[in-house]
Design a protein around this ligand. Structure first.
Ligand SMILES: [Zn+2]
Ligand SMILES: [Zn+2]
Length: 140
């Protein structure tokens, strides 16, 4: 994962669009264009922000500056394990409703993301059943 992709993933996991993040970063409308440009720049693959500056984004969404620095400076085989679904690491795990931290269910997937993937596939099955029985009702 690139440092830029790490920021993108963490922002998306927090449910923030680039616009919303820019608004939060720049309360004054006059500064918002610059905020948006900066956020987009740091989320562009190949771009690495100065860690101290990037750390300010933690007021918007949670991420680990050490992870960011490692992704920017260390070779790939020394990168920390990062969930491709939400970007969590062992340094900032997902915490669920009952304060339980997530764990790894695969090399790059955490249990919180597996749960939400399972939930959405179950929702899909319920919808499919409703549609199927609708059809049955019509013919009966
Ligand atoms: Zn995850
Ligand atoms: Zn997680």
């Amino acid at each position: 994962m690139t440092p830029a992709a790490y920021l993108r993933t963490r922002r998306a996991a927090a449910g923030l669009t680039l616009d919303a993040a820019a608004c939060a970063l720049a309360p004054r409308i006059a500064d918002r264009r610059v905020a948006y440009a900066l956020l987009r720049l740091w989320e562009t693959d190949g771009v690495v922000g100065e860690a101290g500056d990037v750390a300010r984004l933690r007021t918007l969404y949670p991420f680990d500056v050490d992870v960011y620095r490692q992704l920017a400076e260390e070779p790939a085989d020394r990168h920390p394990t990062i969930c491709t679904g939400c970007g969590c690491t062992q340094n900032d795990a997902c915490i669920d409703d009952v304060s339980t931290a997530c764990h790894w269910v695969a090399d790059d997937l955490c249990s919180a993301c597996e749960d939400s993937a399972t939930r959405s596939s179950v929702a899909w099955m319920y919808r499919a059943i409703v549609h199927s029985t609708d059809g049955e009702g019509a013919t009966a």
